[in-house]
Ligand binder design. Structure first.
Ligand SMILES: C[S@@+](CC[C@H](N)C(=O)[O-])C[C@H]1O[C@@H](n2cnc3c(N)ncnc32)[C@H](O)[C@@H]1O
Length: 472
């Protein structure tokens, strides 16, 4: 990450974000909130950093907290999320192709566009602070260029720009949606196939809204009543945090509760709810890293006198699982192992969760840069891995036992496609109706009869897919 500039406003001093610093030195001081945002964008672009990990470090480096930190967070996540729309707008304001614009300058232009088109920053402040950034980072020429481009951007509001630069909705619906809702076109196409044309725009819009923070009270260790906020609609363990830093909630600080999307909670709830005849002692989470669902499963298992093995291929992620499970009862072990070739005796588990590695296109609202990282080619490799993991899980489960296959993606190849191909040629496996596992969740029919699909725009959860498979 670039060396942070230490000049400019300190928290609690001088002008607020959006205002120009009063005093000028020979070089204008850049606003620390915007400088930090630019540093995160650069880390995401150059080092492939995750914004949610790079951001806290940048806030610390620039001494930002409170309102300033919130401003920087909005700048980073909004700019990354809406990049597709802003690039279409900027493309109309620049006399050359955007890929000929120096990357650092383009980052600054996107930050400026976000302030002008989606935040309530006065245009003169949005432009002058971005020009200062371009001057400090690149030079006088870049500053003049940034000034000229952002002045053009400021001539219209976002809706007017979308009307001007997006392809016609009737002639090219995917192209229109891609620009209007800032998703890559191939992602729009995959999501349309999954959700259908009528709800596509609602889904894309939901991907662009920052989700509320949801907590999970791990049963037997904490109760929803002791967490600050309202109960979630569907998970019996969930609470929507009323505000503030989740780490400051005592039950979260000591690991009895955690931050977890309600859809992820429902995956664990569904596996635990599957009816089972015979023994029900030994559960497995085959792809457990970093341990969110494993923590909830272990707590539920402990309450029933069962135990969970948490397995994860990547050793560093297995360590995260071990940390997440510290203090939990109901843990039989944490193992770093390839789930396609698992080191367990066939038929030795009663319930197995395959929360498979996937494109993550159902969780775009919480990972603002993810949509630009994924490539259509990723799908084939992931689908092969998903099939391998489900096949292995079916060998690990005893006759009569269940495998719950879940993805945080609604993309059909990873959901219905995987289930169909696993079922083909296996007379010892049945796809069971998963709806009775989550009777409290309405309108969640999945792409294959009996499967479930949650949606951000319908349920307020990540777009989790669930399929319940049983060994005969
Ligand atoms: C969707 S994430 C699981 C999230 C986790 N269940 C939770 O709730 O925190 C998928 C995980 O599968 C792991 N993984 C990828 N390939 C694997 C394999 N061959 N065997 C086991 N785990 C694998 C990834 O490292 C990743 O941690």
């Amino acid at each position: 990450m670039a060396e942070p500039r230490r000049r400019g406003r300190r928290p609690g001093q001088g002008p607020r974000p959006g205002q120009r610093p009063a005093a000028r030195t020979s070089r204008p001081p850049t606003d620390p909130a915007r400088t930090a945002a630019l540093a995160v964008l650069q880390a995401v672009r150059v080092d492939n950093a995750y914004a949610n990990l790079a951001l806290p470090a940048a806030l610390r480096d620039h001494g930002l907290s409170g309102r300033d930190a919130a401003f920087t967070t909005e700048l980073v996540s909004g700019t990354l999320r809406m990049r597709g729309t802003y690039d279409a707008v900027l493309g109309a304001c620049v006399d050359r192709s955007l890929n000929k614009v120096e990357a650092k300058v383009l980052d600054a232009l996107r930050i400026g566009a976000h302030q002008l088109l989606s935040m309530r920053v006065p245009p003169h402040a949005a432009i002058s602070t971005t020009v200062d950034l371009a001057r400090a980072r690149v030079g006088a020429g870049a500053a003049a260029f940034t000034n000229a481009v952002l002045r053009k951007v400021s001539e219209h509001d976002l809706d007017t720009w979308v009307e001007r630069v997006a392809p016609d909705r009737d002639k090219d619906p995917s192209g229109h949606a891609a620009v209007a809702h800032s998703h890559p076109r191939w992602v729009v196409d995959e999501l349309r196939k999954a959700v259908g044309p009528d709800e596509l725009e609602a889904l894309l819009a939901a991907d662009n809204a920052a989700p509320r923070v949801t907590l999970v009270a791990r049963p037997g260790r904490a109760t929803p009543a002791e967490l600050p906020g309202e109960p979630t609609a569907y998970s019996p363990y969930g609470v929507v945090l009323e505000g503030g830093d989740p780490a400051s909630v005592p039950a979260v600080a000591d690991g009895r509760a955690g931050v977890q999307d309600e859809g992820s909670q429902l995956v664990a709830v569904a596996l635990a709810a599957a009816p089972l005849e015979g023994p029900d002692n030994t559960w497995l989470d085959l792809c457990a890293g970093p341990g969110g669902k494993a923590s909830l499963l272990a707590a539920i298992a402990a309450g029933r006198g069962a135990g969970l093995v948490a397995s994860e291929r990547q050793p560093h992620r297995a360590r995260l699982v071990a940390r997440a499970l510290q203090g939990s009862d109901g843990v039989l072990g944490v193992v770093a192992a390839d789930g396609v070739r698992p080191p367990y005796r066939p038929g030795s588990f009663d319930r197995v969760l395959v929360d498979a590695p996937c494109t993550g296109l159902g969780a775009l609202r919480r990972r603002p840069e993810a949509r630009w990282r994924r490539r259509p080619d990723d799908l084939l490799e992931l689908v092969l891995l998903q099939r391998g993991l489900v096949g292995a899980a079916l060998e690990l489960v005893r006759p009569g036992g269940v495998v719950l296959y879940a993805t945080c993606s609604p993309v059909l190849a990873e959901t219905a496609g995987v289930v169909r191909s696993v079922l083909t040629g296996r007379s010892d496996v049945e796809l069971e109706d998963a709806a009775p596992l989550l009777p409290q969740v309405p309108d969640a029919a999945g792409p294959l009869p009996g499967t479930l699909q949650l949606w951000p725009h319908r349920h307020g959860t990540d777009a989790m897919f669930l399929a319940l498979l049983r060994r005969r």
